[in-house]
Design a protein. Structure first.
Length: 211
């Protein structure tokens, strides 16, 4: 009897472990090859499961990437502790991004348009459009939080809130997207504690409110 036929009998922790193995393998595959280049056969091989289990648990490749998108969004919502300062917020996002390079590569692939979004015709396009809209909304909320810090006097209002946020995003994802460039410019391992502390210190200096 195949693994796919046994799948409905998986219950509780056994089923959850299988799902998690598939999702971890999917992050690696999507991070390395993007959505277009990823293959469910390769994901199944990485996870050590029957390929048909991907369809059983997630409905296929599109279902996998949609679940990963949801997880990433939930993770981002909980990255910054309540009441965190600007420097603490930047440090938390740096750690979340650089500690999980496969996840971060997936985000970069998606930002480049490599996704099942399509044109909006049918489920793939509709789901992709919804995800893109939700992402834009989260970014606008981040801009407003930055502006709120400016209004409260925590960081300078001499710079546009949009610029402050964009610089922080660029410095956070640069070690994943441009590791050799970062290492060549900064002279440090792009994923290192040294780089992270340097970024936090430089952003804090750039955004410090002048008296």
């Amino acid at each position: 009897m195949s693994s796919a036929r046994r799948a409905p009998q998986e219950r509780g922790q056994a089923a959850e472990r299988t799902r998690e193995r598939i999702l971890r393998a999917a992050v690696e595959e999507f991070g390395a090859k993007g959505y277009a280049g990823a293959r469910t056969a390769s994901i199944a091989e990485r996870a050590g499961v029957n390929q048909q289990l991907i369809s059983y648990y997630f409905g296929g490749k599109q279902g996998l990437v949609e679940e990963l998108r949801r997880r990433w969004a939930r993770t981002q919502e909980s990255v910054t502790p309540p009441g965190a300062t600007y420097a603490e917020s930047v440090a938390a996002h740096l750690d979340a991004t650089l500690d999980n390079p496969d996840w971060s590569r997936l985000v970069i692939w998606q930002a480049l348009g490599d996704s099942p979004a399509g044109t909006g015709d049918g489920p793939a396009g509709e789901n992709g459009d919804e995800w893109a809209a939700a992402q834009r909304a989260r970014l606008r909320e981040a801009v407003e939080r930055t502006r709120g810090r400016q209004e409260e006097g925590e960081i300078t209002d001499e710079l546009d809130a949009e610029f402050v946020l964009l610089v922080a995003y660029a410095l956070t994802f640069a070690p994943i997207a441009l590791p050799r460039v970062v290492e060549g410019i900064v002279g440090a391992d792009p994923l290192s504690k040294e780089y992270r502390e340097w970024v936090v210190g430089q952003l804090a200096a750039m955004t410090r409110r002048r008296s």
